[in-house]
Ligand binder design. Structure first.
Ligand SMILES: [Fe+2]
Length: 210
């Protein structure tokens, strides 16, 4: 018996990586672990994970929209927008991780890969090709608006059902980051003269407002 155990053990110990393994999943999507020492009942955690996953899908989509814009931007503002889009990409990446890990710590299962994200996001799919800067900016702002609206609803509901952690994540991190990024983008859509001040435009505005 001892010899048998020894030969089995030797068979298992090897430097050869075990490749191409598969097994049934250990937790289906859309479920939460039954018991966790979080002082949050299972129905609360289930509802929050169901609401956080669409927010995650939208945030992944916006993150990727920023990289698309970073790569494909063109024109006289190329350099500053190229850098700004990448900065916002990095900030959105941090939000993606924070939301996904919130879902996991609540006992749920986070969305992760592109086909699942594409099926879930509420942000319109952009064309594969390149677009003008004002269109890129508008597309990003529309995506932010969807996320900001969702944040406010989600945060209110989280507060109602006692999930203060999700409320804090959504307000302090997701909402505040998105609001700030909206400001940085929307200021680029103000029609300002680049070289010569157009004081006559101001006079027309003054006359029309009297
Ligand atoms: Fe880059």
């Amino acid at each position: 018996m001892a010899k048998q155990y020894s030969s089995d053990n030797q068979a298992r110990i090897s430097a050869q990586p075990r490749l191409h393994q598969s097994a049934p999943e250990i937790q289906p999507y859309g479920t939460v672990n039954h018991l966790l020492p979080l002082e949050l009942e299972e129905p609360v955690r289930l509802e929050m994970t169901e609401r956080l996953n669409p927010l995650l899908a939208d945030t992944i989509t916006l993150r990727d929209l920023y990289k698309k814009s970073h790569w494909q931007v063109a024109g006289p503002t190329f350099y500053q927008l190229h850098l700004l889009f990448d900065k916002h990409f990095s900030e959105q990446s941090e939000l993606v991780d924070a939301i996904a890990e919130r879902i996991q710590l609540l006992g749920g299962v986070s969305l992760a890969v592109a086909p699942d994200v594409a099926e879930t996001t509420r942000i319109a799919r952009p064309p594969r090709g390149r677009e003008e800067v004002p269109v890129q900016l508008s597309r990003l702002l529309d995506a932010h608006q969807i996320i900001i609206r969702d944040c406010r609803e989600l945060a209110r509901r989280a507060s109602q059902i006692g999930d203060d952690g999700s409320n804090d994540l959504v307000v302090s991190q997701v909402l505040r980051t998105n609001e700030l990024q909206v400001w940085f983008l929307s200021e680029h859509l103000v029609n300002m003269p680049l070289v010569e001040a157009q004081d006559d435009v101001y006079k027309v505005w003054l006359l029309s407002s009297q």
